[in-house]
Design a protein around this ligand. Structure first.
Ligand SMILES: [Fe+2]
Length: 168
């Protein structure tokens, strides 16, 4: 998983904090399985390099079912929607002088993209895996070839952008 953080006007954002959390390959978060997963599994905090880039190695998270025993479940049942969320990775990005951004990336080809019960899926948040065959590139990232790579660039609004956007 890799990406670059920049501003709307294209300035790179070195030193930005990229806070990431995701379910494991079976669609379960560490906090749901304290006896199975080590604390902090599927979570990471990264700082972008001088080009605003970050990368990390992970597993592809599984999709998961949201709890159906509360009012949300009742509502979903009434409107006939599935309770399965398409697989995703959460991001919270923060950089000095910018507004923080909370978002998530989804994966092209996920069978649940069109039935997302939370209506979070948008085309611009769906990315396609690239398959990397190069053993040299695999070694660089501590992987075995072939492996899958996903790029998710993130654009932050600066405080100045926000002031100008909200001016009459
Ligand atoms: Fe999630």
């Amino acid at each position: 998983m890799m990406g670059q953080v920049r501003t709307i006007s294209g300035d790179l954002l070195p030193g930005a904090t990229v806070d990431v959390w995701q379910a494991n390959g079976q669609g379960r978060y560490d906090v749901e399985q304290p006896d199975v997963q080590p604390e902090g599994n599927g979570r990471g905090m990264f700082t972008t390099d001088e080009e605003g880039k970050f990368w990390f190695r992970t597993v592809v998270p599984g999709s998961y079912r949201i709890p159906m025993d509360g009012p949300v479940g009742t509502l979903l049942t009434l409107v006939g929607r599935t309770s399965i969320l398409p697989a995703h990775i959460h991001f919270l990005i923060e950089a000095a002088g910018c507004r923080s951004l909370t978002t998530q990336v989804f994966f092209a080809g996920d069978p649940y993209l069109d039935s997302d019960p939370e209506f979070m899926v948008r085309e611009e948040l769906v990315r396609e895996f690239q398959t990397i065959e190069s053993p040299v590139k695999a070694r660089k990232f501590g992987m075995h070839a072939p492996f899958r790579q996903l790029t998710f660039d993130l654009v932050l609004e600066t405080d100045a952008d926000h002031t100008s956007l909200s001016s009459p």
